[in-house]
Design a protein around this ligand. Structure first.
Ligand SMILES: Nc1ncnc2c1ncn2[C@@H]1O[C@H](COP(=O)(O)OP(=O)(O)OP(=O)(O)O)[C@@H](O)[C@H]1O
Length: 491
């Protein structure tokens, strides 16, 4: 296929994606004026969050698009620290005979002093678990390829940013590192980390290869690091030749699991990769590692070392589970009020099936005098981040949300989870995984948690029974008209 025809196809694809969404980025996110960033922000929009502010209230979870990119951005926006992890690192070396290095301090990595200063300025005292093993591999000579998987917030971004900054030659004024991110906003977030970590290394410059950042035809980029989305990056390499791919030393593909969720991104990334020299270091990161991600990773990264951080098994062992039998949503609301009247609940998350129910319930609860936060799919990502942030700070005591909206978001201090509606999939079958994930968050770190399920129909009772069977754990019946009985559950 001629270069121009596929580039046109990419353009059309991106334009179509852009027209769906209208995410506004807060000023704080757009402060990218430093380190030579040449970004034209006026034309940007994104596929990260498909918000529909004027759309009528939808009634099914189906409408609440499980948008991985939005979720990932949300987690980044609200996170101020490393995720607490006791996970084990699993390492698969390309050459099992070569010694495996891991470092316990940043000094051991012999970083450039400007970069060490940047690391400390960010408040990092020591490498995170994934960084302990990944950094020596990434900084090794000759460079090693790496596929790394660990949950969000474990320090992957900081690790590859440090690797890119370490590998560039600031005296050479052309691109040497390419970093591909699934969306404009995620690229911007990574760019921010590059700017912060490279704060004391101003000779290294960064440019954003994103739609709307229009460069003059025929120009050659002078910045050493280019970060962007696959379509534009590909154009800049092949169609416009702003970048000479043959000079690239490090290629990073971030958020591979999000990347493959967008049609076309996979092909574009592979096409970029094919233009790079054989000895270019290929690094791929992903929060999850299902088969599709793995297949993609293998095509992008030849002869990889592989690092995996195992996710902690969620368990229902430390959680007391109850159900309350009702006949309507009004009765469920009353039961909820009774529970609140009888026991002191530090913070609770209440899950509803639809946005409509969530909105209604939040309204009723605040009329009862509760400090309620509502997290809903129609909110823009940044509004959602603000809501979670306030809840995490304890400004609100109850967070009402829908399952889709809150998936993958960790609020660890919650002591009670209430399933106002039980989680079901689109066919109406019990969604055991979501149940475990919702409930599992209450019993973290050995603390005892409490989960209360509201049942208002034969259908819901059947779902509950199947959940019980699946986990082989009894869910006790709770009579919410009996205050003594409710009091007992909190002891
Ligand atoms: N060694 C470290 N010490 C302290 N904080 C760190 C360290 N490494 C990273 N962090 C901080 O922890 C948070 C998560 O790190 P980072 O964004 O690199 O994780 P991630 O695995 O890339 O997550 P995501 O997949 O969501 O991007 C950030 O706020 C980052 O500044």
């Amino acid at each position: 296929m001629a270069t121009d025809s596929w580039a046109l196809a990419v353009d059309e694809q991106e334009a179509a994606a852009d027209s769906i969404s209208t995410l506004q980025i807060k000023d704080t996110l757009e402060e990218n004026g430093t380190a030579g960033s040449t970004v034209n922000k006026t034309e940007e929009s994104s596929t990260a969050a498909k918000s529909e502010p004027d759309a009528p209230t939808k009634t099914t979870d189906e409408d609440e698009k499980d948008d991985k990119a939005a979720q990932s951005l949300l987690n980044k926006l609200i996170r101020s620290n490393l995720v607490n992890t006791t996970h084990q690192v699993e390492v698969l070396q390309r050459d099992p005979n070569s010694p495996l290095y891991s470092v316990k301090s940043f000094e051991e990595l012999r970083l450039k002093p400007q970069l060490l200063q940047g690391v400390y300025a960010l408040g990092f005292n020591r490498p995170s678990k994934i960084q302990e093993t990944a950094l020596p591999m990434m900084l090794a000579e000759p460079p090693q390829n790496l596929i790394a998987q660990s949950q969000s917030g474990t320090g992957k971004t900081a690790a590859f940013v440090l690797a890119m900054l370490s590998h560039v030659d600031p005296n050479k004024k052309y691109p040497q590192c390419l970093c591909v991110s699934p969306t404009y906003e995620l690229a911007l977030q990574t760019g921010k980390v590059i700017e912060q970590m490279g704060k004391h290394y101003p000779e290294v410059q960064l440019v954003y290869a994103i739609r709307g950042n229009k460069l003059q035809r025929g120009m050659k980029l002078q910045e050493q690091i280019v970060i962007g989305t696959p379509g534009t990056m590909l154009d800049w390499c092949i169609k416009f030749k702003f970048i000479d791919p043959k000079m690239i030393k490090v290629f990073v593909l971030d958020e591979a699991d999000v990347m493959i969720a967008t049609q076309g991104h996979q092909d574009q990334s592979i096409r970029i990769q094919r233009t790079l020299p054989k000895d270019c270091q290929m690094l791929l990161f992903s929060a999850t590692f299902e088969e599709s991600v793995w297949n993609f990773a293998k095509r992008i990264v030849p002869d990889p070392n592989i690092i995996k951080l195992k996710r902690e098994e969620e368990t229902l062992d430390t959680i007391k589970q109850y159900y309350v039998q009702c006949t309507s949503k009004e009765e469920k609301f009353q039961a909820l009020c009774n529970i609140y009247g009888a026991i002191t609940i530090a913070q609770a998350m209440v899950f509803c099936h639809t946005r409509k129910t969530a909105g209604w319930l939040a309204g009723e609860l605040s009329r009862e005098g509760h400090q309620v936060a509502l997290l809903s799919g129609e909110m823009q990502v940044e509004q959602r981040a603000a809501v979670i942030d306030r809840f995490r700070d304890g400004k609100e005591k109850v967070l009402v949300t829908t399952n889709v909206c809150a998936r993958g978001i960790d609020v660890e201090q919650v002591s009670v989870v209430i399933n106002f509606d039980l989680p079901v999939d689109r066919e109406g079958n019990p969604d055991n995984e979501t149940y475990l994930h919702r409930i599992g968050r209450t019993g973290r770190f050995g603390k005892r948690g409490l989960a209360i399920n509201m049942v208002d129909s034969k259908f819901a009772m059947n779902v509950l029974t199947r959940i019980q069977e699946h986990f082989n754990k009894k869910i006790e019946k709770l009579d919410t008209d009996d205050l003594d009985e409710i009091e007992k559950i909190s002891s």
